[in-house]
Write a protein that binds this ligand. Structure first.
Ligand SMILES: Cc1cc2nc3c(=O)[nH]c(=O)nc-3n(C[C@H](O)[C@H](O)[C@H](O)COP(=O)(O)OP(=O)(O)OC[C@H]3O[C@@H](n4cnc5c(N)ncnc54)[C@H](O)[C@@H]3O)c2cc1C
Length: 587
């Protein structure tokens, strides 16, 4: 990779750029050489896919991420939807691109027709074949709404096993390098051509400009910024009174701002996949972040104590009903017999070893009472209405017919009566999750300006481009990870087509072996770690989240660290390669 030769000159320019007009930043000193052929901003699934695509074709690729680790939201995700795959064939699932296209267009109502057809036709080759060749193993397929046959593919664990083989492939390419804890602040332009990016090192505070022939934005969505979601709220639905956050800290839309500041247009920006089953994470001091929960034996009542929807219906229909309720909230009600049916997701600490249930036995989160009146007192629900709703529900169960919301009928899918104390109540809210619109792109993932013209040198991939618009008005399971890979690859192919680079051989990188607990002890006393966790520090977000979990679960340091790889510095690729071994400790 070529290195910049005139940073001192550039630092002077940069200083003027930071304190003077924004136009000053757009001037590139002629003697500065490029830092890479391509800069990718974001090391999530889409950025990694673009990096592998171009790295394999011999381009010098620099990937920048504000986090200290790779993977983005995919590290929290589940499965990916694909069509006519070898696993479907093995399981006897008869599928075709035409069937998938029709299913998806029906469900989404106005999914992008071109991208939906492209995805249905090419997901096997562009996603399934590509990732399995890197070592991803799909082992099961789950049915999902909007699909007449099962298409939602899972690895033997969750999507962490999809991301890590792609990341490891990128690490083995000597022409792909990474810069962590670095936040992209501004794109650099020459005319309307994007030529680089201004980056701030979150740990050291250093600000510098990096230059490349192309910049790929892979920064994800903005679902962690509730204000922004509400400003761009779904056109034909009422705004919720309260909306919890269901996306990671990075999802603030910084890539949208970078792109629009450079002239990009936005499409479908009011499209969001809003989940209906969030409750407040009791570990969140701000009480804004959600965990999600389900219990298919529960009944749901609004603030007036009345049922308001078919609790087992489709989320898209429930959302419409929920947004009409006072406070856009409801209480999930169930009894002791249904306690085991309560399932949660959203935080790794939920799995911490403890004799008590992290939510059901936490009075801050769940109200529990020995009578309906006591439960009404604790929740503020009107007692008479609550009792009437439960009595009606139980009577309909006896009759085998939900005459209010058609949740069950003629004796089918009838839940158990809600009658065994103690009774439980958990207050629920809608939750942000995924953007389904974003930066406008063409068929090669090149960014388009407001008049539909290509902005030279700039690409937008993954959730940033609204996952290709394939989710239309109503999200589909697994149709976010797939578009992240697909659009990352397409951008990579488009950029590589303009280069005549020679591909490098992938390197075999050594992986450090874990030590036994007895063989290696950390040099840091445990109170020093506690001190490092006490105050949030810029650039240490993942460090702090991971180590809080370590303290909580009382893991030995040697579970993740070793004498060879203390991970003090993750600047070299083989240290990073070793580190991927430990991601599944938490994910
Ligand atoms: C809890 C959860 C579960 C999900 N489950 C599924 C599922 O089962 N199936 C499915 O298909 N989809 C799922 N999704 C959605 C899916 O995970 C995402 O749409 C997809 O992973 C997005 O990938 P991405 O690369 O576009 O963006 P991200 O994963 O958001 O990655 C963006 C990266 O860019 C970095 N970044 C952001 N801004 C900057 C900046 N200014 N400078 C430098 N770096 C920056 C971030 O740190 C991050 O690493 C889920 C999402 C969530 C939140």
């Amino acid at each position: 990779m070529k290195l910049p030769v005139a940073y001192s000159v550039w630092l002077v320019v940069l200083a003027s750029c930071l304190f003077a007009s924004p136009a000053a930043c757009d001037q590139r000193p002629s003697e500065v050489e490029k830092d890479a052929d391509v800069i990718i901003i974001g090391a999530g699934l889409s950025g990694l896919s673009a990096a592998v695509e171009m790295g394999r074709r011999g381009l010098n690729v620099l990937v920048i991420d504000m986090n200290s680790v790779a993977g983005g939201h995919a590290m929290l995700a589940g499965g990916v939807s694909m069509v006519a795959t070898p696993l479907q064939e093995r399981l006897g699932i008869d599928d075709s691109a035409e069937l998938a296209y029709r299913d998806w267009m029906d469900w989404t109502e106005d999914g992008d027709t071109g991208w939906t057809r492209y995805y249905a036709t090419n997901s096997r080759e562009m996603i399934y074949d590509w990732v399995t060749e890197m070592g991803v193993e799909f082992v099961r397929i789950v049915p999902g709404h909007g699909n007449s046959v099962p298409r939602f593919h899972f690895t033997k664990g969750r999507a962490v096993h999809l991301v890590l083989p792609i990341f490891r492939t990128a690490l083995r390419l000597p022409n792909v390098s990474f810069r962590w804890n670095s936040r992209a602040q501004k794109l650099l332009l020459e005319g309307n051509r994007v030529i680089g990016v201004v980056v701030r090192d979150l740990r050291g505070g250093d600000v510098r400009s990096l230059f490349a022939d192309n910049v790929v934005l892979a920064t994800g969505g903005f679902e962690a910024d509730v204000e922004r979601v509400l400003e761009n709220w779904i056109a034909d639905l009422p705004r919720p009174d309260r909306l919890l956050i269901g996306a990671a800290i990075s999802a603030t839309g910084s890539g949208h701002d970078l792109a629009t500041d450079a002239g990009a247009g936005l499409v479908r920006i009011d499209r969001h996949y809003i989940y209906i089953n969030g409750f407040i994470d009791p570990h969140d001091p701000q009480q804004n972040h959600a965990l999600t929960a389900a219990n298919d034996q529960s009944l749901w009542v609004n603030a007036s104590g009345r049922r308001f929807t078919n609790e087992t219906g489709f989320d898209k229909d429930i959302l419409v009903d929920l947004l009409q309720q006072e406070g856009s909230t409801y209480w999930m009600i169930f009894d002791e017999a249904a306690r085991d049916g309560f399932g949660m997701r959203g935080a790794a600490w939920l799995k911490s070893p403890s004799p008590t249930h992290p939510i059901l036995d936490n009075p801050q989160a769940v109200k529990r009472a020995m009578s309906w009146r006591e439960l009404a007192d604790m929740t503020g629900l009107p007692a008479e209405a609550l009792i009437r709703s439960v009595t009606e529900f139980n009577a309909m169960i006896d009759a085998g017919e939900d005459t209010l919301f058609a949740r069950f009928s003629r004796g089918d899918n009838v839940p158990s009566k809600v009658q065994h104390e103690p009774f439980y109540a958990l207050q629920m809210f809608p939750v942000t999750r995924k953007n389904m619109g974003g930066v406008a792109i063409d068929a090669q993932a090149r960014v388009l300006d407001k008049s539909g013209q290509v902005l030279p040198g700039l690409y937008a991939v993954g959730e940033l481009n609204g996952s290709l618009g394939v989710n239309g008005k109503h999200g589909l399971d697994g149709m976010f990870l797939g578009p992240a890979i697909l659009s990352g690859r397409l951008a990579g192919q488009s950029i590589a087509a303009a280069f005549t680079a020679v591909a490098h051989e992938p390197e075999i990188l050594p992986t450090a072996q874990p030590n036994s607990a007895a063989a290696w002890q950390p040099s840091m006393p445990s109170d020093a770690l506690e001190a490092l966790l006490a105050v949030p520090r810029d650039g240490f977000w993942h460090f702090q989240v991971a180590h809080r979990l370590v303290v909580d679960r009382q893991y030995a340091c040697s579970r993740c660290h070793s004498e060879q790889r203390p991970f003090a510095s993750l600047s070299d690729r083989s240290a990073l390669y070793s580190q991927t071994r430990i991601c599944t400790n938490c994910h």
